[in-house]
Ligand binder design. Sequence first.
Ligand SMILES: NC(=O)c1ccc[n+]([C@@H]2O[C@H](COP(=O)([O-])OP(=O)(O)OC[C@H]3O[C@@H](n4cnc5c(N)ncnc54)[C@H](OP(=O)(O)O)[C@@H]3O)[C@@H](O)[C@H]2O)c1
Length: 292
Amino acid sequence: MDKIPLLGTGLNGLIGSKFVADFSDKYDFDNLDVRSAMRPVDITNEKQVRSVLSASSAEFVVHMAAYTDVTGAWQQTDDVNGPCYAVNVKGTQNLVNVCAETGKHLIYLSTAYVFDGEKEDLYTETDKTNPIEWYGKTKALAEEVIQKSNIDWTILRIDQPFRNDIFEKVDTLHRIIEGIKSSKLYPQFNDHHFGPTYINDFVKIIDFVIRQKMTGIYHASSGESWTDFEFAKFINENFGLNFDLKEGSLAKYLETSNRPYQKNTALNIEKIKGSLDFELKSIKEAIKETIL
Ligand SMILES: NC(=O)c1ccc[n+]([C@@H]2O[C@H](COP(=O)([O-])OP(=O)(O)OC[C@H]3O[C@@H](n4cnc5c(N)ncnc54)[C@H](OP(=O)(O)O)[C@@H]3O)[C@@H](O)[C@H]2O)c1
């Protein structure tokens, strides 16, 4: 079978590289890669984006490139000339503009950090966005740019992703494992809730969205809610690491820090889960098949 041409941004990243690894038999990936020696493409440069998209027969662009350093972003708060705004907002605007010219469908990877974290329950797609820090704000602004456009678009929101193998950028799960192994793991918050995303399953959701040509906003994590402490405790026990894990409190931490922090970013995934033609693994199953 001929491979399907597929454009992407950020395909060298934590999530993108797993998508490429698992689907290279099906898709002929063309990455808008800023570090490519042959054909560097910086998404903040609209001309460069245009030259690649207009020459491609791909129907979809999976847009994963982003400024993802949340602390670095916070240091750029309100700086519309900084790299976080440039990549996340202007870069996305460029892709939207060129998708409009070339008739391509944009699939955008977004984050639960578009919410303020004050909700007691899981966030649904109809909940109002209200980001409390600059990374989340720029991702929410990018979502707005996409939603205001006339292109075909899909927004997939995820939270705290991890994969079952080791990657150069340390993910949520491997950060805990490293902390335990080096005996430097801080007390883990028992009042901070998040919705881990198993990247091995999430890349199948991206493929599903392409197969079904789905449009709209979807939450696409595991649909589960964990505290940092519960997550670290399960990892500690599952791998028999015998670390003396301590409980910490986000509320206490926030008393001494002026850095904003969402208390809850767990996502409700019922909207997409009902239509999937494969089973998502539970987070416990995902941790069990993870390589240390
Ligand atoms: N990781 C998370 O915790 C998380 C959570 C929720 C949502 N997301 C979203 O998921 C997506 C993927 O995240 P990730 O963790 O896989 O990201 P990542 O590992 O940080 O990779 C980001 C990618 O973007 C590329 N990039 C950055 N600036 C660029 C530019 N100007 N032009 C072209 N490419 C550029 C980077 O290229 P280089 O490798 O060459 O630098 C890198 O490949 C992002 O949109 C992120 O916002 C991530």
